[in-house]
Design a binder for this molecule. Structure first.
Ligand code: 5RP
Length: 210
């Protein structure tokens, strides 16, 4: 299914949330790429830009933006990002692009998080999309065994290395009926850097395009 038009519509709708003198946090992924392509429309309102990945930084720079470090700008006013799944309480699964650690950091640091998705991302319960868990390479098999003991089926994302040099296990069959509990439980496994559940850093606003 090609949802490019819907992704672009959601991205364009989010431009309304950019206010004057905005410090903007920018997520990662194909929906956000449409945001970056259209960001020129509100450039006059943007004070500075913070990125969540090497790929988004490169795209932002190509579009003429100077990308600053989160530590330098402090608190972004707004964070805009996509998602792989969104439930009715705005809990998310993210990390299809493997950038969820930095995404969660910028989301957490920001005053407001607006999520942009097409309606194929809406779910009643999280978990059909394999949940990305980022691990330091040495811990991969330990983490995989712990996840199996929790009822999950971990699949190693072969050949993929994150911006920070870590690996990803994509987890199927896990019961995510309590997203907050699962987010905490997974992050307590030694060697897990972060997992793709956004239950503690979820968006106030989800813009859905059909
Ligand atoms: C990257 C992400 C993306 O937001 C998520 O994968 C959605 O991507 P897309 O907009 O390409 O469907 O979490 O780590």
């Amino acid at each position: 299914m090609n949802n490019d038009h819907e992704k672009e519509n959601a991205a364009i709708a989010s431009l309304d949330y950019v206010t004057h003198d905005c410090i903007l946090g920018v997520g990662t992924g194909s929906t956000v790429n449409y945001l970056i392509e259209n960001l020129d429309r509100v450039k006059h309102k943007i004070k500075s830009v913070v990125s969540s990945s090497v790929d988004s930084t490169r795209r932002l720079q190509s579009a003429g933006f100077i990308v600053e470090e989160l530590s330098t700008v402090g608190k972004p006013d707004l964070y805009i990002d996509g998602a792989d799944e969104v439930d009715s309480s705005h809990n998310l699964i993210k990390g299809g692009g493997g950038a969820h650690t930095r995404e969660k950091i910028v989301a957490s640091a920001s005053n407001e998080f607006v999520c942009i998705v097409d309606d194929s991302k809406l779910v009643t319960r999280l978990g059909a999309f394999p949940l990305p868990v980022k691990v330091i390479p040495e811990s991969r098999s330990l983490v995989a065994r712990k996840i199996v003991s929790m009822g999950g089926t971990p699949i190693y994302r072969a050949g993929f290395v994150t911006d920070q040099g870590n690996h990803i296990l994509d987890i199927q069959d896990l019961d995510i009926s309590n997203p907050e509990a699962v987010e905490v439980l997974l992050n307590n496994i030694p060697g897990v850097v972060d997992n793709g559940i956004f239950a503690f850093n979820k968006p106030k606003t989800v813009l859905v395009s059909k």
